[in-house]
Design a protein around this ligand. Structure first.
Ligand SMILES: Cc1cc2nc3c(=O)[nH]c(=O)nc-3n(C[C@H](O)[C@H](O)[C@H](O)COP(=O)(O)OP(=O)(O)OC[C@H]3O[C@@H](n4cnc5c(N)ncnc54)[C@H](O)[C@@H]3O)c2cc1C
Length: 392
């Protein structure tokens, strides 16, 4: 058994944890990352990861700053320039990159690709120690704010700051006694990787129905990802189907504009909204899904995680450069202060969409479609909403 020391220990090397760790190392902090399993090595001939994220313009800027965006794109990514959403055909909102004079609204990136690009950079950085595969099983408070992580094999690691980037069911959050405000959405979601007969194009779309939205995310080389939100029982039923039967269900349920597709792989997820009551405790900060999870209908989860990452990097670096004790609780609170209201607003916005668009009553349907018609004609307001969603 060993006992090591580091300045910052990041528990969880997912898309958010790996980005925070790399950013800290690039700013001169000594960083350790503990991760249960490494992302798979990239294989250009392999089918896409079933988990795909819509990465916004602001997140691309952040990943460029970290120096990993080019590597991710060199593996695989696909731009989307238009986003269409509708319930009734007559009430359609179309967001176009051209409205903001942007080359694209963002990119569809496989989660494994992004994590791999970050891991390759982490592995090459002299300020980073990677513990992987390794699992943290407890956190002990030492003298003052300093904490110690205990690994499954008994090894211990002390750090001036521990960053909990260990995802939605964060144990770091539990170990330091931070509660959450949480509820389960009455929807689950199925991700379906499909091959399209025609090119997938550069438009992502989402058709709202009272049982849940149906979305299309274009990928490279005629691949695409479908997202099917529905009642948990219905998603369980779909999961039990063989792929040819699932195809029949897709063709009967998704709008005709989908065209001919062949489903190749699936994954299903329950949807929970969570918000940590605090993002920080003495010696500890939470980022990404450890701090908040959100309904994925607008593809904002990891993008919010990157806004957390940027704010934490900036807060710690500024404090250190001013000669303050950068890992002090009062400094960590500045990070919480910067991020909590923004995450709360985005979460509440998604909940409003979820509640408004899953309501079966006819007057509510009329109202929400009128709302979409008004949004399409809202000019500057529509552009502001788009900028906010893109993090610009
Ligand atoms: C269906 C669905 C679709 C989504 N689509 C989008 C989208 O289009 N755009 C978007 O921005 N977001 C999307 N999201 C959200 C996005 O996937 C998450 O916000 C993002 O993955 C969170 O990243 P993270 O690094 O915080 O957590 P995670 O990805 O959960 O990573 C946590 C890491 O911690 C490790 N870990 C956990 N516990 C320990 C431990 N004790 N010891 C060591 N390691 C540990 C895990 O192995 C894991 O690698 C979607 C989510 C879902 C469910």
């Amino acid at each position: 058994m060993t006992h090591q020391r580091t300045e910052v220990a990041v528990v969880g090397g997912g898309m958010v944890g790996a980005a925070v760790a790399l950013g800290l190392a690039q700013r001169g902090f000594q960083v350790s990352v503990i991760e249960r399993e490494p992302p798979p090595v990239f294989d250009a001939g392999a089918a896409p990861d079933v988990r795909v994220s819509a990465i916004s313009r602001a997140s691309v800027d952040f990943l460029e700053q970290l120096g990993v965006w080019q590597q991710a794109c060199a593996m695989r990514c696909h731009p989307y320039r238009k986003l269409e959403t509708w319930e009734w055909d007559s009430a359609r909102v179309i967001f176009d990159a051209a409205e903001l004079a942007l080359p694209e609204l963002g990119f569809m990136v496989e989660n494994h690709v992004l994590q791999r690009a970050l891991w390759d950079a982490l592995s090459a950085h002299s300020q980073v120690t990677l513990y992987c595969p390794a699992r943290v099983t407890s956190l002990r408070r030492k003298s003052g704010a300093e904490c110690e992580l205990v690994f499954e094999n008994g090894d211990r690691l002390s750090a001036a700051l521990i960053i909990g980037a260990d995802g939605a069911n964060s144990q770091v959050r539990d170990w330091v006694g931070i509660g959450t405000h949480a509820w389960q959405y009455r929807q689950s979601c199925m991700l379906i990787t499909v091959r399209c007969d025609a090119p997938a194009g550069e438009t992502t779309w989402q058709h709202f129905t009272p049982s849940g939205p149906h979305a299309f995310l274009p990928l490279f080389d005629g691949w695409a990802s479908l997202v099917w939100y529905d009642a948990p029982d219905r998603i369980r039923q779909l999961q039990a189907l063989k792929l040819p039967q699932l195809k029949d269900e897709i063709m009967a349920t998704f709008p005709a504009r989908l065209g001919p597709i062949t489903p190749m792989a699936t994954g299903a997820f329950g949807l929970t909204r969570r918000h940590a009551l605090q993002y920080v405790a003495p010696g500890v900060a939470l980022v990404g899904d450890a701090a908040h999870t959100i309904h994925p209908l607008a593809g904002q989860g990891v993008n919010l995680g990157y806004r957390d990452a940027l704010a934490l990097l900036d807060t710690l670096t500024r404090a250190r450069d001013r000669g303050e004790v950068w890992c002090e609780y009062s400094i960590l609170k500045r990070y919480q202060h910067r991020r909590m209201p923004d995450n709360y607003v985005m979460q509440s916005g998604m909940d409003l969409f979820y509640a408004g668009f899953s309501h079966p009553l006819a007057p509510v349907r009329v109202l929400r479609n009128l709302g979409l018609m008004a949004a399409e004609r809202a000019g500057p307001l529509k552009r502001r909403a788009l900028k906010y969603a893109l993090g610009l």
